[in-house]
Design a protein around this ligand. Structure first.
Ligand code: NAP
Length: 248
């Protein structure tokens, strides 16, 4: 019924956090996982956990912001798997600073990984998906890309960019049975949010109507829905997974 068994997903930033949780949940439903990350250790572990779930995995080290490296990475994945059905653009970084103190490097590095990285993988895989007349793309944005946040203008711009990009891709490829959606997680307990000071965490918690932080598994559930047959009539949407932080 879900239609995930035996299909192949590329998941970026799969070495830890939300990317790993997405990989493991999909593996539970029989999806084969090409786990991509900038460093090898995390993805090797993700792939061994994928195998423990009874599915197949392939670890590939790649910097998502490097256009040529991404093309090479996709060629490797397509040598491992005849078809890639799903792409989850999840790799992301933060380099927080107030705008008046933000360096050009802090601005550019976040845009390059979060937004250009999403472009690179989508660009590299859509021709293949067009040929197969099938594709499901999920881009991990953020509530910050919708509501903004002081000290995160670079991150907010990258995530708002992902939302506009996703809607454009959805329109461009809808006629070929390729859907593209974004997920906007709120505050999810991972290494990315661990570094926040206690007062900031308390401030965030007060903004969450459900009264607790989310988990990587919460985000993975939304990914699962969008990739499965249950989500086949959904495209160009931004699904919030944030405990009610942002309501539109
Ligand atoms: P995380 O724990 O830091 O994991 C992100 C992964 O992406 C890491 O394994 C990281 O590798 C990898 N990565 C970083 N730069 C990369 C690059 N250039 N190429 C390939 N991989 C790269 O973060 P997370 O919390 O799981 O976040 C996952 C996604 O969700 C991100 O896009 C993030 O913006 C988004 N998100 C998170 C939250 C949250 O509250 N956690 C909320 C909203 C949105 P290294 O660690 O080795 O650099």
């Amino acid at each position: 019924m879900l239609g995930l068994d035996g299909k192949t997903a590329v998941v970026t930033g799969a070495g830890q956090g939300i990317g790993r949780e997405i990989s493991l949940l999909l593996a539970e439903y029989g999806t084969r996982i090409a786990a991509v990350d900038v460093k090898p250790d995390g993805i090797e572990e993700t792939v061994s956990l994928v195998r423990e779930k009874g599915s197949e995995g392939y670890a590939v080290t790649c910097d998502v912001s490097d256009y040529d490296a991404v093309r090479e990475c996709v060629a490797g994945v397509l040598a491992w798997s005849d078809q890639v059905h799903f792409l989850v653009n999840n790799a992301g970084i933060t380099r927080d600073n107030l705008l008046l103190r933000m360096s050009l490097d802090e601005w550019e590095s976040v845009l390059k990984v979060n937004l250009t990285g999403t472009f690179n993988f989508t660009r590299a895989l859509t021709r293949h998906m067009l040929g197969k007349r099938y594709g499901r793309i999920v881009n991990i944005a953020s509530v910050i890309g919708v509501m903004g946040n002081a000290g995160q203008s670079n991150y907010a711009a990258s995530k708002a960019g992902i939302i506009g990009f996703t809607k454009s891709v959805a329109r461009e490829f809808a006629a070929r049975n390729i859907t593209a959606n974004a997920i906007a997680p709120g505050f999810i307990a991972t290494a990315m949010t661990e570094a926040l000071p206690d007062d900031k965490r308390g401030e965030m918690l007060r903004m969450i109507p459900l009264g607790h932080f989310g988990t990587g598994r919460d985000v993975a559930h939304v990914v699962l829905f969008l990739l499965s047959e249950l989500g086949s009539y959904v495209t160009g949407q931004v699904i919030h997974c944030d405990g009610g932080m942002v309501m539109s």
